[in-house]
Ligand binder design. Structure first.
Ligand code: FES
Ligand SMILES: [Fe+2]
Length: 359
């Protein structure tokens, strides 16, 4: 079924023709933790302003659909799961795991209406998260370093709710020169700000990476120790990045961050910390540090930034050497969005040709 065949019920705030929105369509986005989606309980959520229902069939397979019944527009998330089917709460139509209506209780013997299918999105589960794409992703979900490595302890934190744009949130995550000012006493010192944040950015295998730079942190990790640490940043997609913080000769503390673009001005920030030391640090210490750094301090400043959406024209902002990652990130998003816009324009031309040919 063509996209046009589905009802346009978009209630999101984001301009869907904008370059930043288009840059996110073909990406994978974390939307929920896998453990939250139980076999008998549909989960409603929003991604890029689109209402979605997640549900798990009794055989364990997960689905992500537009939260809309093709019959009379009831939200399917109010329905229930029965025998590997999602049942609409209004007139009881039953949809199989492919989104096809397979049963209409009022007319069990009738041929099903041709428009009775649900719009299905791509969905996978990895690293304990549910990932959804509204478009056609060209690659697998972004990697999470050392996920399968037992010598690295993994700790989840978040999601923190930001009333801010997802790319503003990720831009902040990859910006080290705010540490002394926003995270004084933790990730930096306001009275002795770091002056050596100089690095190169390279783009390789569809990722942005920095070379190493060094900063001094009074509360470098959950142990609460003052250290000079080495940082590398890796940006894996417009909404996923991680930092590799070297805290000792062979000690690494990775912070992996995924920002869910719920809508133009709403984001969920999910973290996974992995580290090859400090296996005895109480989890509460890790959580409380991240809750202050991300849930309070970063949230405070990012929610206050204007404009809400990240500027993609470099001439709209002032830049310095320590902003190299932010500059590369803006260029990258712009390129992705412009490519998507060109692809959509080509697809439209091709579709019109078919209509004219048939007509
Ligand atoms: S609205 Fe879903 S079955 Fe009628
Ligand atoms: Fe920060």
């Amino acid at each position: 079924m063509s996209m046009e065949a589905f009802a346009n019920v978009y209630e999101g705030q984001w301009d869907r023709s904008s370059i930043d929105y288009l840059a996110l369509i073909d990406q994978w986005h974390v939307v929920e933790r896998s453990e939250t989606v139980l076999a008998d309980q549909p989960v409603p959520l929003k991604l890029l302003g689109e209402k979605i229902v997640l549900w798990r069939s009794t055989c364990g397979e997960i689905q992500a659909w537009q939260d809309l019944c093709a019959h009379r527009g009831a939200p399917l998330s109010l329905g229930k799961v029965t025998n590997c089917k999602l049942v609409c709460p209004y007139h009881g139509w039953q949809f199989d795991v492919n989104g096809r209506c397979v049963h209409v209780p009022a007319h069990p013997d009738h041929v099903l209406p041709s428009k009775s299918a649900v719009r299905c999105f791509r969905v996978v589960e990895k690293y304990g998260f549910v990932w959804v794409s509204l478009g056609e992703p060209e690659s697998d979900v972004p990697r999470l370093p050392h996920w399968s490595c037992d010598s690295y302890r993994k700790v989840n934190a978040g999601p923190y709710q930001f009333n801010a744009n997802a790319m503003r949130c990720l831009d902040n995550f990859m910006d080290a020169s705010h540490f002394p000012h926003v995270h004084d006493g933790i990730n930096g010192r306001a009275d002795q700000p770091d002056t050596q944040i100089q690095y190169e950015v390279c783009e390789e295998n569809n990722e942005l990476r920095t070379t190493e730079f060094r900063v001094v942190q009074p509360f470098a990790d959950a142990r609460g120790v003052l250290l000079e640490v080495g940082y590398h940043y890796y940006c894996l997609s417009p909404t996923v990045a991680y930092s590799d913080k070297q805290t000792g000769e062979n000690e690494h503390w990775y912070t992996w961050c995924a920002t869910t673009p719920v809508d133009e001005g709403q984001t969920l920030v999910w973290l996974v910390m992995s580290f090859n030391y400090g296996h005895d640090i109480p989890i509460e210490k890790i959580h409380s540090r991240q809750a202050i750094v991300f849930g309070e301090q970063d949230r405070w400043i990012v929610e206050a930034q204007r404009p809400k959406r990240i500027p993609l024209d470099l001439s709209d902002e002032a830049h310095v050497v320590s902003d190299r990652m932010g500059i590369a990130y803006r260029r990258w998003i712009r390129r992705l969005g412009e490519k998507k816009k060109a692809d959509l324009a080509l697809a439209k031309v091709a579709a019109n040709r078919i209509i004219n040919f048939r007509g």
